[in-house]
Design a protein around this ligand. Structure first.
Ligand code: SR1
Ligand code: MG
Length: 427
């Protein structure tokens, strides 16, 4: 794989991209046929980048190019191109620890901020599948393997202090992407910010209440502090259901451009939050009452299984593959030492679960009161119906954030989600 070409950054639109790919035999040959016959379609529906699907006579590729600004907002919001480099680094690390669960990287050009990856077909963005009410039987198994292995093997439980610090340093420059998260998730939804939006007028009072709620402000600030100063592991950093592609039998995690060494609960919380939003948005997609009941039950079961399977796999790795400088073996020798260490592992998981609950709540609130919303809610056409689903989600998220310790188990979270689903906000 070539990693460098002496290019100057320029935005590659269709003709320039065709010419670029045609000059790379390692891509042109598997695409097959004459470059003039390739179809090139821009499909990017994310907030930041250009994404092209290129198809030739023999095969296809996905091309992602970073723009020098935030696509969602425009040139008034510049953003470093280096995010393509961090995505490339993260994909390589994730492929090492979770092979088959990330797309194969075929080509990287740092100057052009460009990554070319295998084309995932017939995969669908998971969020779209969830909106359509589709269940994914393989999802729990794959996402928990992805999270347990990428988080464990980049943590102090698995690697030496020196290697861990090298890892932290390699991603430390990705601070502009972290700053987006620090602002859009941990700050703006709780204050007046120009870019905030919500479903008006129904959520006006809730948005105002969140701006005045000091218990909430303390809770979100504690989470922000953890995000800023807890380099526990290499996290994906944006692990929502729009960053996961699925089929019945496969799961692939894409788009790790927000990757850095941060708190593990941020990734686990992202997955759980997005499932909870799929669950609470589901009522808005019903054509007849209760038609999505089976799907909704599956979503909540999936929430429970995501945590329990993640915890089981992470603990199994810790028991069998611990090679890091944390919890030195020599301090836990003999039967008593082993038993005490096991108690400590359970305490570690309980703390991680509390982080997960809090981060999950933060991820829900930002999608309803902040800048970047999600189509789970946005595709509910009737704004009042949408606002009801969103109000239920905000009610659940507030209690999860402010009273995280009243959710000692994942069952407590799904119970509260069921109650939120039945709640009727004042008209
Ligand atoms: C301005 S970027 C908004 C959001 O898009 C990405 O997917 C991240 O979630 C980010 O917060
Ligand atoms: Mg993304």
């Amino acid at each position: 794989m070539k990693t460098e070409r002496p290019d100057q950054y320029r935005i590659l639109h269709e003709a320039a991209l065709r010419e670029y790919l045609a000059a790379l035999p390692e891509l042109a040959t598997p695409l097959g046929g004459e470059p003039t016959s390739w179809t090139i379609t821009e499909v990017g529906d994310g907030n930041l980048n250009l994404v092209f699907i290129v198809k030739g006579a023999r095969g296809g590729v996905a091309v992602k190019q970073a723009l020098p600004y935030v696509r969602l907002v425009g040139e008034s919001w510049p953003l470093p191109l280096s995010r393509a480099h961090y995505e490339y680094l993260a994909l390589a690390k994730q492929a090492q620890f979770a092979p088959g669960l990330v797309p194969a990287l075929l080509h990287h050009n740092a100057a052009l901020a460009l990554n070319v990856m295998e084309l995932l077909e017939p995969h669908l963005i998971m969020r779209k599948g969830l909106i359509a009410g589709i269940q994914y039987p393989r999802f729990v198994q794959d996402i928990t393997t992805f999270m347990a292995r990428t988080l464990f093997f980049t943590s102090d439980l698995a690697v030496s202090a020196a290697a861990k610090k090298e890892g932290v340093a390699a991603f430390a420059g990705n601070h502009a992407l972290c700053k987006i998260t620090e602002d859009l998730i941990f700050t703006d939804p709780y204050r007046v910010a120009e870019q905030n939006r919500w479903t008006q007028p129904w959520l006006d009072a809730t948005a105002a209440a969140f701006r005045e709620d000091l218990d909430l402000h303390v809770a979100i600030s504690r989470l922000k502090l953890k995000f800023l100063n807890a380099p526990e592991a290499l996290i994906h950093g944006d692990l929502h259901t729009g960053s996961i592609m699925v089929t019945d039998g496969a799961t692939v995690v894409i788009d790790p451009e927000f990757a850095f060494y941060g708190p593990m609960g941020f990734d686990i919380g992202a997955v759980i939050a997005n499932l909870l939003m799929a669950y609470l948005a589901s009522a808005g997609h019903e054509r007849i009452p209760a038609e999505r009941q089976v799907f909704e039950a599956w979503v909540l079961e999936t929430v429970e299984n995501v945590w329990s399977e993640f915890a089981r796999k992470f603990l199994a790795l810790w028991r069998t593959q611990a090679g890091g400088d944390a919890y030195p073996r020599t301090l836990f020798e003999g039967e008593a030492g082993a038993a005490r260490l096991e108690v400590e592992r359970q305490a570690y998981m309980a703390r991680l679960f509390q982080d997960t609950v809090g981060f999950s709540a933060a991820k829900i609130i930002r999608r309803i009161l902040g800048l970047a919303h999600n189509i789970d809610f946005e595709l509910i056409e009737d704004p009042k119906r949408r606002a009801i689903c969103e109000a239920r989600s905000l009610k659940l998220a507030r209690v999860m954030m402010v009273e995280a310790s009243s959710f000692p188990t994942i069952g407590a979270v799904t119970k509260a989600a069921r109650e939120a689903r039945d709640w009727q906000p004042d008209p």
